[in-house]
Write a protein that binds this ligand. Structure first.
Ligand SMILES: Cc1cc2nc3c(=O)[nH]c(=O)nc-3n(C[C@H](O)[C@H](O)[C@H](O)COP(=O)(O)OP(=O)(O)OC[C@H]3O[C@@H](n4cnc5c(N)ncnc54)[C@H](O)[C@@H]3O)c2cc1C
Length: 359
């Protein structure tokens, strides 16, 4: 998301830009696929809003606790739902049409700053660039190559995503707690729903398979049991990832400008990782443009980006980490549902702290 949006902006400005992606579009990935409406003005202004896909408009929020207590309230700004399969493919095609070069099915093994630019190594190519944006997501081979601090810390979370057909209201995003995890469900295009959850790896270890974990842990929440029992599952097997880290990361490493989850990941329950990736891409692209037009030096570009990134996102990441503590166990999730029922202004205030302003 961060890389495709950066490429779209820079290519439109006539800046020579190459995206190196280890997979090939379109592809599915683990993501709740709810995008905050704060991105709407920016996406529309660059014709990057995915019109015509039949995306869902989402404006209501439901929260349920581990043992099935429920609260519902309006979402404020709200968001829209579209699969990454469709949205990433759309952004890829737009970037190509704007003049971006793509190297697909190509993994970057190493990036090295040479003093006045970068050398980028893939299995069979050596490339050179004046500026490199690290938009390689939450965890990559490159984090190991760069010896980034967080990569040495183990993270206990696994992420699982299903696409389903079920009777889910198209304007609702629901967050259902279960022991040591939580599961989001909201609609995407064509009336399909995305069911995506984060679970502690001990749940998986204890029950041995995703299916057994779902039946023995997620089903204890009656809302989840009902969804799983009354839906058609559209993938042969779910998309999964592990080692999801919420550690703080640096915005610039060896002159590499990090963008999106590579700079730090907000807990998924906030539904804002994509909005942050898009906003960071916009902020960074403006500085890269100034650097390429020789208006600022590399040092100024790096320092200004770090400062602006902190101003925009540091508090949000912190708020996301605090709110995540209200999830994934009986007492905390009951407390969160009670808060949402009886102290709506506080609940709304907490949610607003994890969201940004339209840009
Ligand atoms: C369970 C879960 C649910 C979520 N739900 C939501 C949600 O509902 N709404 C929301 O806004 N956010 C959500 N997020 C967060 C969101 O998915 C991320 O914040 C967003 O995808 C970040 O975009 P990115 O560009 O940084 O990384 P990505 O979208 O992950 O892209 C990184 C890309 O880099 C490629 N790559 C990695 N290493 C290399 C390499 N060495 N060489 C070449 N290519 C490489 C990968 O193949 C990938 O395509 C969720 C996350 C999780 C884990």
């Amino acid at each position: 998301m961060a890389g495709l949006v950066t490429a779209n902006i820079l290519a439109r400005e006539g800046i020579d830009c190459t995206v190196i992606e280890k997979k090939e579009y379109p592809f599915h990935r683990v993501c709740g696929e709810y995008i905050s409406n704060e991105t709407m003005p920016f996406l529309k202004s660059l014709e990057l809003f995915p019109e015509g896909f039949g995306h869902a408009q989402i404006c209501r929020f439901q929260l349920t606790s581990v043992n099935g207590k429920s609260a519902e309230f309006p979402l404020g700004l709200g968001g829209f739902g579209i699969s990454r399969f469709s949205f990433d493919q759309f952004l890829f095609q737009k970037a190509k049409a704007n003049g971006t070069q793509f190297l697909l099915n190509t993994e970057v093994n190493h990036v090295h700053f040479t003093g006045d630019g970068f050398e980028i190594n893939t299995r069979d190519k050596k490339l050179h660039a004046d500026v490199v944006v690290g938009a390689f997501g939450k965890r990559s081979k490159l984090d190991v190559a760069l010896n980034r601090d967080f990569i040495h810390l183990r993270s206990p979370y696994v992420g699982v995503k299903h696409h389903i057909r079920t009777d889910h209201p198209s304007n609702l995003i629901a967050l259902h707690n279960f022991q040591n995890g939580y599961c989001g469900i909201s609609n995407i295009e064509d009336g399909k729903s995305c069911l995506c959850y984060l679970s502690h790896r001990n749940n998986l270890k204890e029950f041995g398979s995703i299916k057994q974990m779902e039946e023995n842990v997620l089903f204890k929440n009656p809302f989840l049991k009902s969804i799983f029992s009354n839906s058609d599952f559209l993938f042969e097997k779910p998309e999964t990832i592990n080692e999801i880290s919420f550690e703080i990361k640096k915005t610039v490493e060896d002159h590499l400008l990090m963008c999106g989850d590579a700079t730090g990941m907000i807990s998924p329950l906030c539904g804002n990782g994509m909005a942050m990736a898009i906003h960071a891409a916009k902020t960074l692209s403006e500085l890269i443009k100034d650097y390429c037009n020789e208006k600022i030096s590399r040092g100024e570009m790096e320092q200004t980006y770090s400062r602006q990134w902190n101003q925009l996102f540091a508090k949000r990441l912190w708020a996301g980490r605090q709110i995540q503590k209200l999830f994934g166990n009986v007492r905390a999730s009951d407390f969160a549902v009670n808060l949402a029922c009886h102290a709506k202004p506080i609940a709304k205030f907490l949610i607003s702290k994890t969201h940004g302003q339209p840009f």
